[in-house]
Each structure stands twice: as C-alpha cells, then as structure tokens.
Write a protein that binds this ligand. Sequence first.
Ligand code: AMP
Length: 307
Amino acid sequence: MSVLIVGSIAFDTVETPFGKVEDALGGAATYASCAASLFSNVQMVGVVGTDFPEEHLEVLRSKGIDTEGIERTEGKTFRWGGYYDFDLNQAHTRYTQLNVFENFNPIIPDSYRDPQVLFLANIHPALQLKILDQVGTPKLTLCDTMNLWIDTTRDELLRVLERVDVALMNDAEARQLCETWSLITAGKRVLEMGPRIAIIKKGEHGALMFARTSGGSDSLKFFAAPSYPLEELRDPTGAGDCFAGGLCGYLDYTGDFSLESFRKAIVYGSIVASYNVEDFSVERLKWVSPEDIATRYNEFMLMTRFE
Ligand code: AMP
C-alpha cells in the first residue's frame, strides 16, 4: 500500500536559539514524506525550481520515497524564512516566497491515482482541492493547513475540510479557525466542518484527538497524548509535518483506521517529530532507525500508563 503526500518542498532559512541554517531542505511535504517513509511506501507530489539540487532529491530517494510526482519547472523553489525565540512552539515567519508554487498546476501521475492514504500537507487550499479532484477514493484522506491560509483563503480551506476524513492543525490555528480560546470547543467545531476526526497538535504539549462516531450520547470520542519529553532540541521546524507524516505512514502500514489504531498512530507521529527536532532540516531523520522508534514507543507506554 502507499501514502500519497502533496505539499510544499522548500528552501528554509531558519534561526533558533541553538543555531541557524540557510536554504536548507524543508517544506511540509518533505518533512511529512521523510517521516511516513519510516513506516510505509511514500509517493510525493510537489514542485521545485531549476535551483533545486539533485542531491536533495537523492536524500528523498534514499528514504525510499517515490519522487516521480515532483515536477521541476523554470523558476525558483518555494522559500520560507523564520525564527524561534525560547518559546519553540511559536514560529515567526520572516518571509514566504511562493515562487514556482504560484503557477503550479499539480498533475498526479497515473501510478499515483489510487493511494490507500492521501495526505494533503500544508499548501494553498486551492491546490489541495485540485489533488482531491484527481485521486480516486483513498481509504483515508487527511489535510493540514496554517494561519496564512486561514487568514487569506478561508472559503477554499472550508471546502477542503468538507472533503477530508481527518483534519490536522496546531493549537493556534484551531483557535484562529474556530474563533474560540477553548481547544475542546475548537475540536468539536472542526468536526462540524466535515471531518470525522480532528487532531490538534500542541507542540511540546502533545496532541488531542476528537472523533465523531455514529450517534448516541457517546458519539464524541476524545484522546490526549503528551509529547515525548525532550530537554535538548535544535530546531522545531517540521515537527507538525513529521507528526502528520509518521501518523499517516503508520496508518497506511497497518491498514487499520480504527480509533484504537489512531491512538497508536498519534504516538508514532509524536516519536518521529521528537527525533526530527533534534537537528536542523531533515538531518536527524536521515538516520532514525526502527530500534530508535521502538525505544521511544516503549517509553511512551511507561510514561502514560496508569490503572
Ligand atoms: P511546521 O514547522 O511543521 O509547521 O512546518 C514547517 C515547514 O512549513 C517549513 O519547512 C516551511 O517550508 C513550510 N511552510 C512555511 N510556510 C508555508 C506555506 N505558506 N505553505 C506551505 N508550506 C509552508
């Protein structure tokens, strides 16, 4: 089976209290695909410019990611610049240069049209809609978004939410989209917008899952997981994308989309995110092993168990 991932592929210039990188490999689809590839087969769709080096594509291929769906067009690759203060949950954007994404008209290769899982990573919602129009009927469709699209393209984003099974966003985005301080109210409101599952990522404070089940007083299910407790990290960029990618990869690998399976998938997503933030760009993901993942999974079980 496979996960089809669509989203930004970027050159990121990032500054944190622990260092700085310029034009490093980044982008929501890049992080999510590297994370998902730790569990399953990944097909990636996006666009890069003529300035995008072959060695970055090689990094993706070395993770087993199918890059046939990455188009190279005349122009510059998408660029994002940002910084973090000591509150690493809050990214401050310095600039967003859409570049080749501005005129991107995604065409899904024929061999990609029947994925088991489709993840619409962060990208303009109009592009997310174009992808939805081209794929068959995946068993599971998920989307992510960000404050920029909630601000500037809310109607298109709402159309995406009507068509996906699972919506992922971070706490600030959920509050902004749902116009409430309460994440519980926000989770319920996101479910009213269409998805049957809403997952709110809270950075270092974990994640919440809200699920709509069929009828009755027990029709809303809730799950909360902490993040993996880290004392040292270098760059939180991509944590949310790695969380989503790890979650999608695990769900695709098991083919089990029950709420029980989602609970485990949330933990696996948190584990991949916890490794990713230990270094800049996707450096740490290059050498995460199955044993590393298993170690933190066991620690998660011990950390959260009580009778
Ligand atoms: P995260 O830290 O998981 O929220 O995502 C960070 C990634 O999002 C970076 O690698 C950026 O390149 C990418 N990104 C930032 N702004 C945008 C945008 N407007 N559209 C798509 N991707 C973006």
